[in-house]
Design a protein around this ligand. Structure first.
Ligand SMILES: Cc1cc2nc3c(=O)[nH]c(=O)nc-3n(C[C@H](O)[C@H](O)[C@H](O)COP(=O)(O)OP(=O)(O)OC[C@H]3O[C@@H](n4cnc5c(N)ncnc54)[C@H](O)[C@@H]3O)c2cc1C
Ligand code: SF4
Length: 328
């Protein structure tokens, strides 16, 4: 690990100013991702600005019926909050499927949004990696790419976005609240993470010095049902090979509308908007197969990850079946 200094911030303006004042500085929240990357010389910030003293750890109901989650709310506190368990089970389930209890006790909402890929070549500085060192090449495209993405990749990067929480938030149509040197702004969740294109090192629309302050969840209709299903190599403490977050609006046993996001397969939390347009009518195997085929349209397999196409379809079909309460 490179030497670094640490500054304590007690409010958002001070934290933003401190990060803006020193080149190579970063916010630190739970530290569960950033410190690992620093130990492996993937991240080398000269200054860390500790934001744990900021008043951003509340979960509040909004006047229109939605919920605001402070950026410093720990993943465990969010998963077990009665409002989330009752109204947004997909989010609770996604959070509890991630990492371990100890990590979830430290990991924050803001940090989870910005966690970096688990592509093995990104973590190992002896390999070329465009995301870590722009222009150096992508070791995964011709290498061992079993865990890499089948949706949203480019010739420059095929790294998956690793978060479970983000997949649920994408399906919930969340928005992200930001505060920065130019004031405050809200970003729709699906616009927050970027596709790799020719600049895989640019992962979000955050500008230098901007601080995530909260995530807002919109209200769901009373008939809404939701579920998160994650498939991985072992039952716990493992990232997704494929996952699906499903939110369905149902009436009289019929699907009126639905939202779908996939994890473990895309270079960003993958909202399947085209498939959603087909998600209407009486639940049936035929409907689910049609929707799953549309969700994986355009998927591109690499040498070792072709199995993910079928796996993601089956994961989504299973998640739809569970959410709708079986097949009519
Ligand atoms: C062994 C292991 C297994 C894991 N398994 C899973 C898993 O199965 N599923 C899953 O989803 N995740 C998993 N994780 C990842 C874990 O969820 C993340 O490490 C965690 O959510 C990051 O949150 P943090 O608060 O610790 O972030 P930090 O490490 O503190 O920060 C991460 C990044 O976010 C920035 N940042 C933090 N807060 C803010 C803010 N408010 N505004 C702007 N920038 C900010 C930091 O500068 C840094 O760049 C695993 C992690 C480990 C170590
Ligand atoms: S897939 Fe992306 S993160 Fe992985 S080696 Fe290639 S450029 Fe790096």
């Amino acid at each position: 690990m490179e030497p670094f200094s640490i500054q304590q911030a007690t409010d958002a303006p001070t934290a933003i100013k401190a990060v803006g004042a020193a080149a190579g500085s970063k916010f630190i929240a739970g530290g569960t991702n950033l410190v690992d990357l620093m130990k492996m010389y993937v991240e080398r910030p000269a200054v860390l600005v500790n934001i744990n003293g900021l008043n951003l750890n509340k979960i509040e109901t909004l006047t229109h019926g939605g919920v605001r989650i402070g950026a410093l709310v720990r993943n465990s506190d969010l998963a077990y909050h009665p409002l989330i368990e009752k109204r947004y089970p997909v989010l609770s389930q996604a959070l509890l499927s991630g990492a371990s209890p100890q990590l979830r006790n430290m990991a924050t909402t803001g940090g989870n949004l910005l966690q970096r890929t688990r592509c093995p070549y990104f973590f190992d500085i002896s390999f070329p990696c465009n995301k870590r060192t722009p222009g150096s090449g992508c070791s995964a495209i011709k290498g061992y790419n079993r865990s890499n993405a089948i949706l949203g990749g480019s010739d420059h990067c095929i790294a998956t976005h690793p978060s479970d929480m983000c997949v649920a938030m994408a399906a919930l149509d969340a928005s992200i609240r930001i505060e920065g040197p130019d004031g405050e702004r809200d970003i729709p969740f699906t616009d927050f993470h970027l596709l790799p294109g020719e600049t895989p090192e640019k992962e979000t629309v955050l500008k230098p010095g901007e601080l995530i302050t909260a995530v807002d969840l919109p209200p769901l209709s009373h008939s809404a049902r939701s579920h998160y299903l994650k498939v991985r190599d072992r039952a716990s403490y493992e990232f997704a090979l494929a996952s699906a977050a499903v939110v369905l609006n149902m009436d009289n046993g019929e699907i009126k509308s639905g939202r779908i996001a996939l994890g473990g397969v895309g270079t960003k939390p993958w909202r399947a908007t085209k498939a959603e347009q087909l998600l209407q009518g009486r639940p049936s195997e035929e409907l689910y197969h049609t929707v799953a085929a549309a969700a994986l349209e355009g998927a591109k397999a690499q040498t070792y990850n072709g199995f993910k196409i079928e796996l993601a379809k089956r994961t989504l079909i299973r998640a739809l079946t569970i959410t709708a309460g079986g097949i009519a």
